[in-house]
Design a protein around this ligand. Structure first.
Ligand code: SAH
Length: 348
């Protein structure tokens, strides 16, 4: 059975024409599945009866199952626990309602069940990789958040960050296809999409070739290769010099500034020396640095940096004219903050 949620518009058009239906049926179907987010064949009122019969016999709309929604005290972060064909997935919705307007609903989506990268500070890494998610499963996370927002206050997801469970660039095809659908069906501009990677060099080069306007974020966490290798095993395969060269190629090809993510852990990578090393590595290359207070993860002795250490670290970068921001941490109380996603489900 073909899963419609994994199909782009041209795939649906090809499905229609290959089976003797007019091409425009594919476009209509795409609008139901991805724009209107209607998942019941019977409600797709402009489709012909014989096309619906064909769809029922040959396709499925493979929705995940929403197990729980956990909301943080202020409802500024909500964690959705979903199940897709046995795989437990978490998706986090962060709602920003600044008094000055400019409301945003940012959804942090997962691309794999588990993760193979083994970063020492990340909860998702603990049980390894179960499997890649399909395009449809990636998109369906947005469907659930949109349904929640629609019911709640008529809003929808405005920004998407590929920063949930898994390594997006290790599931490149499904991820890239999902980005296309977000962009042309769900009204999410490329500049409001961020893909975060631990630094898979060949895939970064491949993404550069797409010349898209999305934001690439790279999890660096140390400018020192020896320390980085300890924290992130992927650094053994792609050491810093190779990674930095790839990022420079990426910026040259796309003309887009790359974000460097740096999670600060107490006395591990948050000293002044670490900041100077980072400043030296990044100088004059137009990166944006996003400092993230490291979130505590069970079974590790990593602790978050103090406010003073974070401020001192940021000050060193600013001294070197490196554009720096400190990410406000959200969702900690629902275990939905960066690095805390490890889907667990108990029937209690
Ligand atoms: N695999 C991708 C995306 C998923 S992780 C990547 O590595 O970028 C999203 C971000 O959260 C990454 O920057 C990751 O390094 C960071 N992260 C993981 N564990 C964390 C923790 N305990 N505290 C703060 N950030 C963490």
């Amino acid at each position: 059975m073909i899963d419609l949620l994994s199909l782009a518009q041209q795939d649906m058009e090809a499905l229609a024409t290959a089976n003797g239906f007019p091409k425009f049926r594919g476009k209509q179907l795409y609008e139901w599945c991805h724009k209107k987010e209607i998942f019941d064949y019977g409600a797709m009122t402009n489709l012909s009866r014989d096309f619906i019969a064909f769809l029922k016999a040959n396709t499925v709309i493979n929705r995940g199952e929403l197990l729980t929604v956990t909301s943080s005290g202020k409802e500024d972060a909500l964690k959705f626990l979903l199940r897709f064909d046995g795989a437990l997935i978490e998706t986090v919705l962060m709602r920003y309602h600044p008094k000055s307007g400019g409301e945003r609903n940012t959804l942090c989506i997962s691309t794999q069940a588990g993760c193979a990268m083994g970063c020492k500070f990340c909860a998702t890494a603990k049980n390894g990789l179960s499997r890649n998610l399909t395009t449809g499963e990636i998109i369906d996370q947005v469907n659930f958040a949109n349904a929640y927002l629609r019911q709640n206050n008529g809003e929808s997801v405005s920004n998407v960050v590929y920063m949930g469970m898994g390594e997006p660039l290790a599931n490149y095809d499904a991820v890239w296809k999902s980005i296309g659908i977000l962009n042309d069906a769900k009204n999410i501009g490329m500049r409001r999409i961020t893909v975060s990677t631990c630094g898979l060099v060949p895939a970064i080069d491949r993404l550069a070739e797409e010349r898209s306007q999305l934001t690439l974020a790279v999890s660096l966490h140390s400018a020192n290769d020896a320390l980085r290798r300890q924290l992130m095993p992927i650094a053994k395969k792609y050491p810093l010099p190779q990674l930095m060269e790839a990022l420079n190629r990426y910026m040259a090809m796309t003309k887009r500034r790359v974000t460097i993510e740096y999670a600060l852990f107490d006395r591990v990578n948050d000293g002044e020396k670490d900041a100077r090393e980072l400043a030296l590595l990044l100088k004059r290359q137009g990166f944006h640095v996003n400092l993230i207070p490291g979130n505590p993860v069970a079974e590790t002795d990593l602790k978050t940096s103090s406010k003073q250490h974070i401020a001192a670290f940021a000050a060193v970068l600013k001294e070197h004219n490196i554009e720096t921001s400190i990410r406000e941490s959200r969702g900690q109380d629902v275990e939905g903050a960066c690095g805390q996603l490890r889907a667990k489900y108990t029937n209690s």
